[in-house]
Design a protein around this ligand. Structure first.
Ligand code: ZN
Ligand code: ZN
Length: 591
């Protein structure tokens, strides 16, 4: 099971590629160089507001994600030409707001906007993943949000659903026209997820109609539109399935994007001062450091778990035997989701008792089984509502294990054993992603929330694990230390794998050697990670990149402030900047 996050910010990055034309004109006057700072900032604030309105108007799915609902009835059809024009136009406007006169916070916002718009141009003109990754074409999320998020009465939401359904055939017709030599791996993913979309457009809509008090003719229209929408998804699936034999016989694009595209994607997505190669080398060194630490722990634990057996001669053998032994301790498959639910209040109590940071008691987190249309990418993920509707429910999605084959269940359960499951919950929920997103949604800068940085977000969740253990979670038991080190090894190996697959031609056998033999992953975990390394690019590197820079910042501040350093104050101030790249938060905190 992979851990990942599907929240407003990640969705924003995806949905931003769906920006369409006709942005409203918002002509900000050029700023004379003599303008006082406050006027420059006021003018820039007005520019930001116009830009946000334009982006959300052209990205109804993104708007839905972040809790703005007036565009809900529109289903935008991705259009590369329109997106490039959109980015060009707004970059022109941005140029009228020079960096020099802006406040520090606005300078960061300006950098985020610049990176976002240039990234949009690059994605659409160079990366062009909407042409070779058919899983980019998926209407599921918008319908899922309209069905589950009760921002308006059900009948009003059903009218938005009805309007959207009417546009689904045009959407998939555009998808069919856009596809050029896709990869086999993304085609298979798209087939699986599109079957989830089919399911979503069937029973859940029918059941919502059952609870609705709309007039019968409206209901009949919605049923007819849902039927036509399902036919369009069927046709899309049929086209993808028909292409499989050709893709399997050498007609597919490689899933490896290569060093040139990788370096650019890394720059736009990660926004760090390190080059990909520097980060890769740091991750290799981290792997060595962790192996040495794990060996010490293994030697310490050996007599307790293997009193009759001599210590194996090979270091990796010693560690593996102990991890295998500890992995016997896990919950039953049927109890997996309920065990996740049980742990969340315990983590919240710990964070409060240890005074690690303030938790907002008003923001509900609810655990659920992952909806069908988004299973198969991450075993656990967070769906958060975003800055415009911060009171909406945040969901912790967990892929249920009951339906999987017995061997796969056992493998996943051993991976998410007694200790590892606690670390997963720290990462996804408290004080990881969920807590961070609550803070991000309170950030005074909507730009920092909307254009949030994935490496900061993942880095925080990974940092939270380490910080919880440092605060005494797990009682300092060497078992917890060892399993945590295995998790940290996974974080470093994510970077090694991602870089290796896309830059060095790392084979499946080499990847498995890394994940199973050197990172001690269970079969199911290693297989899924290999899938993800083929389906994603750069994202797997965000964890280690973000973690390393956050940890370094904290230690630098601790050294600088000495006795005056407060861990709680550090956490709250760090999170208070919103999901900005750590290099900018660093500048502001070291000021
Ligand atoms: Zn995560
Ligand atoms: Zn077992």
């Amino acid at each position: 099971m992979k851990h990942d996050i599907r929240h407003s910010v990640a969705a924003a990055l995806i949905a931003s590629l769906f920006a369409a034309a006709q942005a409203p004109t918002a002509d900000a006057a050029p700023i004379p160089t003599t303008t006082p700072i406050s006027r420059a900032d006021a003018s820039f604030d007005a520019f930001k507001q116009s830009l946000v309105e334009a982006m959300l108007a052209q990205n109804p799915d993104w708007a839905l994600q972040v809790g703005q609902y007036q565009h809900a009835p529109r289903l935008a059809i991705p259009d590369a030409t329109a997106d490039i024009a959109f980015a060009q136009k707004w970059l022109g406007q941005l140029a009228r707001h020079p960096v020099g006169q802006l406040s520090e916070s606005n300078r960061v916002d300006r950098a985020l906007i610049d990176n976002h718009l240039r990234g949009l141009q690059w994605y659409r003109s160079q990366f062009r993943n909407h042409e070779w990754d058919p899983s980019e074409w998926n209407v599921g999320e918008g319908f899922s949000l309209l069905l589950t998020r009760d921002y308006a009465p059900l009948d009003a939401r059903l009218m938005a659903i009805s309007a959207r359904l009417a546009q689904v055939p045009a959407y998939y017709a555009a998808a069919q026209r856009s596809l050029r030599r896709p990869t086999l791996e993304h085609t298979r993913l798209a087939i699986g997820q599109s079957n989830g979309v089919l399911a979503l457009l069937g029973e859940p809509i029918e059941s919502a109609l059952g609870q609705s008090s709309l007039p019968d003719e409206h209901k009949a229209t919605i049923r007819a539109r849902a039927s036509a929408a399902r036919q369009a998804v069927h046709a899309w699936i049929a086209q993808l399935e028909a292409s499989l034999p050709q893709l399997e016989n050498g007609g597919a694009r490689s899933f490896r994007i290569g060093p040139a595209l990788y370096a650019r994607k890394f720059a736009y997505d990660i926004q760090t001062d390190l080059t990909p190669t520097q980060l890769y080398r740091a991750a290799l060194a981290e792997k060595d450091r962790l192996h040495a630490k794990m060996d010490t722990l293994a030697a310490q634990l050996w007599p307790k778990y293997f009193p009759e057996q001599p210590l194996p001669a090979e270091r990796l053998d010693r560690i593996r035997h102990l991890i295998e032994k500890l992995s016997d301790q896990h919950v039953a498959a049927a109890d997996f989701v309920s065990e996740v639910k049980r742990q969340i209040p315990q983590l919240e109590a710990w964070v409060r008792d240890k005074d690690l940071l303030t938790l907002d008691a008003d923001k509900p987190l609810r655990v659920r089984e992952t909806p069908l249309h988004k299973r198969g990418v991450a075993g656990a993920s967070i769906d958060a509502p975003g800055p415009f509707d911060p009171a909406a429910t945040t969901w912790y999605n967990v892929d249920p294990l009951d339906e999987k084959p017995a061997a796969e269940q056992e493998s996943t359960l051993r991976e998410y054993n007694h200790w590892m499951l606690q670390i997963l919950n720290i990462h996804e929920a408290v004080p990881g992603h969920y807590t961070q997103l609550v803070y991000a949604n309170r950030s005074p800068s909507v730009i920092k929330s909307l254009l949030g940085n994935g490496a900061m977000i993942e880095g925080w969740a990974v940092y939270a694990e380490r910080m919880m253990l440092e605060s005494g979670w797990g009682g300092g038991a060497p078992e917890m230390e060892l399993i945590y080190a295995k998790w940290a090894l996974r974080v470093a190996c994510n970077t090694i794998l991602d870089y290796g697959v896309h830059n060095l031609g790392m084979s499946e056998a080499q990847a498995m050697q890394l994940l199973r033999d050197e990172a001690f992953q269970q079969e199911a975990e290693a297989n899924e990670k290999w899938q993800r390394a083929q389906l994603s690019q750069v994202q797997l590197s965000s964890y280690y990149s973000g973690f390393a820079s956050i940890y370094r910042l904290r230690e630098d501040l601790r050294t600088r402030d000495g006795e005056r350093f407060s861990l709680k104050a550090f956490h709250e101030r760090f999170l208070g900047y919103g999901s900005a790249p750590v290099k900018y938060i660093r500048q502001m905190m070291l000021r």
